[in-house]
Design a protein around this ligand. Structure first.
Ligand code: G6P
Length: 366
């Protein structure tokens, strides 16, 4: 019904646009409210665990891959991330010093639920991060953390992804605190950065008109590559997933350091390369990867901030300037342009954005 779309043409557009507001709710709940703080403090002790295992499918698994950078670099916990369909049959050894974490928008994905059941009686704690609070995965967990995104109707996940990232970031900060991995001042800085993310997401929406124009051109191509480093690497995978899901353009996400080990063979003037290039401590490296692409005729869409574009934007096909986000949590803001790019490319191609062919919102069979 048109009314449910809140005046937007598609649910996906509405869900992208409401991210700033639902993220603010999630940040407020987990960082400020007594209920939310208790949810991640009670019954969850990261101080004695050896490792965290995170299991999910699809976009939710890419939220886990992003959070691995936070849990390892900030909290100092070894993390393993796996897709549920592999994990459940591999019979991985799980000890009671492992926290097993399952991320699922629907809470009903068959493979993720089976992976959770495999861990029952083995892992020290079963934790889930879900959007549907009364779902099977939530019910069968020791601790179920809601992402507070509200109903997500578009098959391609958007606001659930960024809300999952917020909950994972809050959990990583809690783990950091419990393990004494950072001093109070550093923790306060990180918490302040997480609180700023909904504002950055709102700012990132201002690039929509520009992305709509780029998407009209991108829609003419048959393939695309997304490049990222560090925590932007999983986001490159998510950018490729989103684009292929709804525009049917064949897309591949690549860790930019791996470019030279294979994907560079694909580069020619028919290959757009969307590059996630925040001005972090790996900026020089991603710029040199961009130059390798441009030297072979590849068309770079550079997503960075104004200063990054001034320093390294020359010769690129298109440039998108986001606000400067100086934080490990920057992937939350950088999710916006890749979602908008997929959305507007699909609209330009005239595909069924909310109900892409062959895909289901929730996969409850194997
Ligand atoms: C389906 C959906 C994806 C989603 C995945 C996992 O493939 O189309 O958008 O990421 O399932 O779903 P879940 O509900 O477990 O997050």
């Amino acid at each position: 019904k048109a009314a449910d779309k809140g005046g937007y043409r598609h649910f996906m557009a509405k869900e992208i646009a409401e991210q700033s507001s639902v993220l603010a709710d999630a940040v407020e709940y987990y960082l400020s409210s007594a209920e939310g703080r208790a949810a991640i403090e009670t019954g969850l002790d990261f101080s004695q665990v050896d490792r965290l295992v995170m299991v999910a499918c699809g976009t939710a698994s890419l939220a886990c891959h992003t959070a691995k950078y936070w849990f390892e670099q900030i909290a100092g916990i070894p993390v393993e991330v796996d897709i549920a369909s592999e994990f459940r049959y591999r019979e991985p050894p799980i000890s009671d010093r492992t926290i097993a974490l399952f991320v699922s928008q629907s809470g009903e994905t068959a493979d993720t639920l089976a992976a959770l059941r495999y861990c029952v009686g083995k892992a020290g704690r079963i934790v889930s991060i879900v959007n549907v609070a009364e779902s099977s995965i939530a019910r069968e967990s020791d601790v179920a953390l809601p992402i507070l995104a509200g109903p997500e109707i578009g098959v391609a996940s958007t606001k659930a992804f960024t809300c999952q990232l917020v909950v994972l970031a809050a959990l990583a900060l809690q783990a950091t605190r419990q393990r004494g991995a950072r001093d109070d001042a550093a923790l306060a800085t990180l918490e302040g950065q997480l609180r700023q993310m909904p504002g950055y997401v709102a700012d990132a929406m201002t690039c929509e008109d520009q992305i709509r124009d780029i998407s009209k051109e991108l829609a003419q191509f048959e393939d695309a590559i997304f490049l990222g480093r560090g925590a932007m690497y999983p986001l490159a995978l998510e950018g490729a997933l989103k684009l292929k899901e709804i525009s049917y353009i064949h897309a591949e996400g690549c860790a930019s350091g791996e470019l030279k080990h294979g994907p560079i063979a694909l580069i020619d003037s028919d290959m757009p390369v969307i590059t996630l290039a925040p001005r972090d401590n790996r900026f020089d490296k991603i710029v040199s990867n961009m130059q390798e692409v441009m030297a072979r005729g590849g068309k770079i869409v550079m997503i960075s901030d104004a200063q990054g574009i001034e320093e390294a934007g020359e010769g690129t096909w298109h440039r998108v300037a986001l606000p400067r986000v100086d934080s490990p949590f920057a992937p939350i803001a950088y999710a916006v342009p890749i979602q908008l790019l997929a959305y507007h490319t699909a609209v330009a191609k005239g595909t069924d954005v909310d109900q892409p062919r062959n895909l289901a919102k929730s996969v409850t069979v194997e």
